[in-house]
Every structure is written in C-alpha cells, then in structure tokens.
Write a protein of this length. Structure first.
Length: 230
C-alpha cells in the first residue's frame, strides 16, 4: 500500500513501468501526465486537466523565479499535482484526487530516481494542494506555492468564463442575482486566504479581482433588469 492508501490499477502500474529514467525531467513528466490522464475524443475534460497542469506548472515557474525558489522542482510539482485525476474517479473522485496524485507522483519520482532532496517535498505539496484555510503548521513555502499556482489557474479567464456561464445560463434575474452574490462571496473568501509568497498574492489577487469585477457587472445588469420589469 502506498503512503496515502492508493492501490494502483493495472493501467497505472503499466504506465509507471514505462518510465524508469529521463533525459529531460520536465518533458518526461509531461509524457507520463498525458498518459495517466489519457484524454480521448469522448473525454475532453482530461485534456482540459492536462492543460490545467501545464498552466499550473507555468504559474509555479513564474513564482519560483520571482521568489528565488527551486524552479525545476516546483515545475515538476505543478505538472504532477493532478496526475491521479482520472484514477481517482473510482476511488472517491475530487475529494481524494490529491492523495491519489501524490501516490502516483511518488512512485514515478522513485522510478526515475529524481532529486532525492526534493522528492518528499514534491509529494507532500501535491497531497496538500487542495487545502484552503486550515493549513498545517509545517506547511512550507514550496508546498504553498503549488497550492497557490493551482488556485491562480482556477481563477484565470477560462475558468472565470465557466463560472459566469453557470451564474446566468437559463436563469431568471432573481436567480442570477443569487448566483452572482454567492460567486462573489466565494471569490472574496478565497482572496482572504493566506498565500505562500508576495508574488503568488499579487498573481492571485489580479485574477480574483477580475472575476469579481465581471460578476458585479452581471449583478448590476440583473438588478437593472429586475427594476425595469417591476
């Protein structure tokens, strides 16, 4: 049994067996990430998940460079943070995906004999990347950076457009107002959370404020529509 209790399926074990070394660790990690998520024509969500991991890794790279943190290791953690997303579907879904991802990442990093000094830190960061306000006392800046990089992407304009759509699609003005107020409340709560670095704080606040601004525009329009109807 692995550290976080994941029992690997044959598919996962077979994929892991194909990765026992690397020339370029980042390119090798992109390959296994794609293989593990296995996007297909009828599962475009897994392609979205792959691209989300690429963007999270890029956010981690930007933060690492600005803050003097280990760049390659944070990029690796960003790429691997959702590697178990597909495998977790049969094990509890979203609520356990971080632990499944951590166990798969641990086995992969062992297989390729990646940086022994950072191996455990990467795995722990992945296991903790879904934490919000209740952070362990021993959570490091490295670990928080992986979580922050994920949050930044979850508030980019692509995900924001999804939220806006959910708030307005086939809804009455009253329903739109309620949905927008709830989305604004959630965004403001996430904005209040502790961040690992000044750079992460600035990056997250920027995308979060954009989302809140767009939601307020919709809210204003819905309120005007409601007033005109009355």
């Amino acid at each position: 049994m692995n550290k976080y209790g994941t029992e690997f399926s044959k598919r996962v074990s077979d994929i892991l067996s194909l990765h026992t070394g690397y020339t370029d660790p980042i390119e090798e990690t992109k390959k296994i990430l794609y293989e593990m998520l296995e996007p297909t024509p009828d599962r475009g969500d897994m392609l979205y998940r792959y691209e989300h991991c690429i963007r999270t890794a890029e956010n981690a790279r930007r933060i690492a460079i600005a803050e003097g943190l280990p760049v390659e290791q944070l990029v690796m953690a960003g790429l691997l943070h959702d590697i178990g997303y597909k495998e977790s579907e049969s094990k509890g879904g979203f609520r356990v995906h971080q632990f499944v991802s951590a166990d798969i990442a641990s086995a992969y990093l062992d297989n390729i004999n990646y940086d022994i000094d950072y191996r455990e830190e990467i795995v722990t960061a992945i296991a903790r990347h879904n934490l919000t306000d209740e952070l362990p006392d021993d959570m490091t800046v490295f670990q928080m950076t992986v979580r922050d990089s994920d949050d930044i992407d979850r508030f980019d304009i692509i995900r924001t457009s999804m939220v806006l759509g959910d708030c307005v699609y086939e809804k009455t003005n009253c329903e739109i107002i309620e949905a927008c107020n709830e989305a604004i409340k959630k965004a403001e709560w996430l904005k209040s959370l502790k961040r690992g670095t000044k750079t992460a704080r600035e990056m997250f606040d920027r995308v979060c404020e954009k989302r809140i601004g767009l939601l307020k525009e919709i809210l204003d329009q819905a309120n005007k529509n409601l007033t005109s109807i009355k």
